[in-house]
Structure formats: structure tokens, C-alpha cells
Design a binder for this molecule. Structure first.
Ligand code: NAD
Ligand code: ZN
Length: 241
């Protein structure tokens, strides 16, 4: 059997599958990953903007970047990788889709059990009191402030150096520990604590599969590593389920 055939067999027999997705899954929709030239906006690297210090010192620039990303994301659609995961979810008794993406495309494509580890770029909250805001922010009219405490409103995403939402992380860790099949899809497997989830799954007996365009630090630890485009490989696999 080829590696792809073994993976298909594992999906067919899985009672509990967990998938960890990263920016590579949305690349085919036209959303650039952070790593690489395409991630640059004006002259900034994403790490220079996606952190609390940058926001405190230059909220206008950080908000301009998020407004640009929100506009981009509003115009794109889920791709074959997102839809393939919807099909797989329908076939497995327990299925958890853990995503580091903030673009909402998994939910838009129809995935049900989605755990957002890094928040959602379309949502906003107060930087001081954490109060979420559903206001339709008009960023062109100036910086947005909290109605309760007057603090600055910020995008509700996890920035570099920040903790992940505890409930999402707990759900992700439980899914990793309880699954019999774990797939790491289109993620560099570098950013903690998400990067530990595949190891947690493996340590608890799961069969570990990775699909990525290039080798990552995880690749040598997997049971199967499939190199190539996520949208191509995973959508072909669904034809055999
Ligand atoms: P990442 O760590 O998930 O890295 C992207 C990975 O995708 C790389 O390993 C690359 O080889 C792989 N890849 C690229 N195209 C692929 C394809 N077609 N098929 C398979 N693999 C492919 O993410 P990052 O770009 O370093 O971003 C870091 C964090 O920033 C993310 O975890 C997320 O919170 C945020 N982010 C989100 C989005 C989004 O929501 N779409 C986009 C960029 C960044
Ligand atoms: Zn507030």
C-alpha cells in the first residue's frame, strides 16, 4: 500500500480524528501566509505588527494592517482543502478541527466542530477590559474606543507573546489526547503551544500524518508525511472515502 492508501484506510477506520490547520490551508484562497515575501505589508513583517507593544505604540498602523487584511478576507472563498475537511467530518464519529487560522473560512465552508486557537480576525475587543464589541467599526473615522471603559478596541486575535484562550487550548489538547488519528495540515509546526499538539497526540497513541508543501520540524516524527499542496492532496483523498 502507498502512504496515501494507508492514510485513506486510517480515515475510514477512525473513530476519533483531530486536524490541526495553519495558514497553508488558506493560501489557495488567496490569503498570504506570514512566512515568506507574500506575508509582507508595506515594509513591515507580521511579527512587527502582531504584538501588544506595537499596538500600544502605533495603534493606527496596526489597525490599518488589520483593516487591509479584513478587506482581503471578506473577498475570498474557502478552497478545496476547507471543503475536504467538511466531508471528512461527516464520516467520522468524533472529529475536531483545531485551527490557527483567524480567517473564519473553516466555518464558512461548513465545518462544525471548529476550535479557534488564535481568535478570529473579524471580531474585536477592548484592550483593557476585554469586553467584546459587535460594533461595526468605521476605522476611517478614527481609532475605536470601548463603550464601557474607554480603552482602545483591538482585533480579537492572539498576538505574539500572548496566551491562547484557555478554553480553546483545553479543547484542542483533549482532542489531541483522545484521537486515534491526527493530521497536521498546512502549518509550519513551529508556533507553540499549537506545535506541541501533534506530539501530544502521538504520545497518546494516535497515528500521525502531516501534509505540507515543505518539510517541517514535525515531518521526521510522523507516521506518514505527504509533501505537496494541502488542497490537492486532501481533496483527492476524499474521493476514496
Ligand atoms: P503557519 O505556521 O501555519 O505556516 C504556513 C505553512 O503552510 C508553511 O509551513 C508552508 O510550507 C505551508 N503551506 C503554504 N502553502 C501551502 C499549501 N498550499 N499546502 C500545504 N502547505 C502549505 O502560519 P504562518 O503563515 O507562519 O502564520 C502564523 C500565524 O499567523 C498563524 O498561526 C495565524 O494565527 C496567523 N495567520 C493566519 C492566517 C489565516 O487566518 N489565513 C494567515 C496568515 C497568518
Ligand atoms: Zn473596555
Amino acid at each position: 500500500m502507498t502512504d496515501v492508501q494507508i492514510f485513506i484506510d486510517k480515515i475510514k477506520n477512525s473513530q476519533n480524528m483531530a486536524v490541526l490547520t495553519g495558514a497553508g490551508v488558506s493560501a489557495a484562497s488567496g490569503i498570504p501566509t506570514f512566512r515568506g515575501q507574500a506575508g509582507l505589508w508595506k515594509k513591515y513583517r507580521p511579527e512587527e505588527l502582531a504584538n501588544p507593544q506595537a499596538f500600544r505604540s502605533h495603534p493606527d498602523i496596526v489597525w490599518e494592517w488589520y483593516a487591509w487584511r479584513r478587506d482581503l478576507i471578506r473577498q475570498v472563498k474557502p478552497n478545496l482543502a476547507h471543503y475536504a475537511l467538511v466531508e471528512i467530518e461527516k464520516k467520522i464519529p468524533a472529529f475536531t478541527l483545531i485551527t490557527q487560522n483567524v480567517d473564519n473560512l473553516h466555518q464558512l465552508s461548513g465545518s462544525i466542530n471548529v476550535v479557534e486557537l488564535h481568535g478570529n480576525i473579524m471580531k474585536s475587543k477592548c484592550i483593557d477590559c476585554n469586553h467584546p464589541t459587535s460594533d461595526n467599526l468605521n476605522l476611517k473615522a478614527g481609532l475605536p474606543y470601548c463603550r464601557s471603559c474607554g480603552g482602545l478596541i483591538r482585533p480579537d486575535v492572539v498576538w505574539y507573546g500572548e496566551y491562547l484562550p484557555m478554553d480553546a487550548l483545553k479543547k484542542a489538547q483533549t482532542a489531541a489526547m483522545e484521537c486515534d488519528l491526527f493530521l497536521s495540515l498546512g502549518t509550519s509546526a513551529l508556533v507553540e503551544p499549537a506545535a506541541s499538539l501533534p506530539y501530544l497526540a502521538k504520545a497518546n497513541g494516535a497515528f500521525l500524518v502531516e501534509i505540507n508543501m515543505e518539510e517541517t520540524p514535525l515531518s521526521s516524527q510522523t507516521d506518514i508525511f505527504l509533501i505537496g499542496q494541502a488542497e490537492k492532496i486532501i481533496s483527492e483523498i476524499t474521493h476514496y472515502l
